[in-house]
Design a protein around this ligand. Sequence first.
Ligand code: SF4
Length: 165
Amino acid sequence: MTQITGTLINYYFHCKTQCWLHANRINLEDNSEDVRIGKVLHEINEEKGKKTEISIDNIKIDKLTKDYLVEVKKSDSDPEAVKWQVLLYLYKLKQKGVLKKGKIEFIEKRKQRKKVHFIELDEVNEKELLEVLANIRELIDLPKPPEAKFENHCKKCAYYEYCFI
Ligand code: SF4
């Protein structure tokens, strides 16, 4: 069974076609500007000696502090997708007996200030999360991807040419 990663749940909320393509290993990520920026941010942190990324099973967490699981994003263009990504991480940690709250830091390219959002895994959103995971499994097991529908964010997507050109 495909393990549902943070990237996959993020894509599910961002675009169902993208979620299917990624889950079925049709990966064009290296061409994406967004992914390149993410890698640069990661490298900058490494150069500064901040090797804080933590791997647990199939998920990669940016930072764990005493109280928080911290997810760092370079844009706040899809906060809903990031929220579910973080809830998945909190759930995976909870399964291992580690209870944390979520902290999402949006650090935008030309902006000096960062926006910070907080989120907690509770009974209600945990139940919703389990339903979302079941829906993702159903989606990615479909024999072909859902039809691509053009949205503004498509122009920045690694799959743009695949979907529309
Ligand atoms: S180009 Fe648009 S429709 Fe295609 S995978 Fe990306 S976001 Fe989805």
